[in-house]
Write a protein that binds this ligand. Sequence first.
Ligand SMILES: Nc1ncnc2c1ncn2[C@@H]1O[C@H](COP(=O)(O)OP(=O)(O)OP(=O)(O)O)[C@@H](O)[C@H]1O
Length: 399
Amino acid sequence: MNQTTATAPDGSGAQLELVDVVKKYPGQSRPAVDGLSLTVPAGQTVMFVGPSGCGKTTSLKMINRLIEPTSGQILIDGEDITGQDATQLRRSIGYVIQGGGLLPHMSVAENIGLVPGLLGWDKARTKGRVEELLEMVGLDPAVYRDRFPRELSGGQQQRVGVARGLAADPPVILMDEPFGAVDPITRQRLQDELMSIQEELQKTIVCVTHDIDEAIKLGDQILILREGAEIAQYGAPEEILAAPADDFVADFIGSGSKLKQLSLLRVGDLPLSQPQTCRVGESVDEVVRRVEAAGERSVVILDAQNRPKEYLFLRSLKRHQTVPVFSHELQTVVDQRSTLSDALDAMLVSSHGGAMVTGGSRGDYLGVISYDTVTEHIRTLQTQTGQIRAVPSAGWEAS
Ligand SMILES: Nc1ncnc2c1ncn2[C@@H]1O[C@H](COP(=O)(O)OP(=O)(O)OP(=O)(O)O)[C@@H](O)[C@H]1O
């Protein structure tokens, strides 16, 4: 994301506007949300951040009226939704929560098909949509559609939660700490997947997070709130990092903000190397001959769909006759939209000093980014500018 266009004319998102929205809970002396006004352009992702209790979740939940505003207007594409039927409204706005929020007694397909079913879609259309969404979130429909939530990992449950939020193709999607419950590497993968889905779909996304790095990575805009949901600063991550509005914002984004600018640099901005590759099922003898002839000691293994499966030293491959199928979850893969700080994290668990890079919504293999390339790039930027600054994206935005 982080695209600079203010609107997405071809996308399916809608403009969202909050006008002087107030929420006063019974018995509270001060409103939890005290006159929040905000415009989110169609197709953009806005991240809500701020200290605990500042009113992020209350603000989010008023948009689909899980919490009723005390006063104010909420407009989607210019239409005030505060007077609409709340149940209907909730079916037309995607909602993704921490852990996925899946119904335990329903299969994956039933969970994803819930809202389309309520909207009266026929069975064939819902089934087609479920398959499409499972593919989109990286889960093989044949393997996962009939499983129950308890038969999925935390990351897989979260993926299904995202698919469910997208099911009825809503223009606005609300996310409440969507990746808060998963480990850091899985979180990074899920963020990458969300970015690639969003690049394709251009929804209007409002996302609450506690993680400022997540906000910098995913947000086209970041909304920093203080108590009473008062806006401390609303702007693009680059703007906020470069010029925090006041001490509150500066403290909130933290003293490591120069380092945080690493989160603005994307893997796709750097050159990738192209080590030898091979396919699952190829003869190991032939692969070894080819790789050794190229003077290399390891090889990237791709499946029939051109997705990376493993980055293996030849000595490990030689234990097999044909290139085997690897089904474990790879930790050393990053999307080309990943930040350099994510790439560095992935490289820390790689024995090759590099991470495999994928692109597109299907995760096609593109090449390898090496630790040396990243550190060299950072050094160059520091020498050139005295600090790390965002650089214009070279390739991936156009692809
Ligand atoms: N149902 C409720 N009844 C009364 N007060 C509430 C209720 N829900 C939230 N509050 C209060 O409203 C304020 C804002 O809460 P909210 O959950 O929106 O904050 P938040 O920024 O999302 O916090 P956190 O980051 O801790 O999740 C807090 O002071 C909270 O105690």
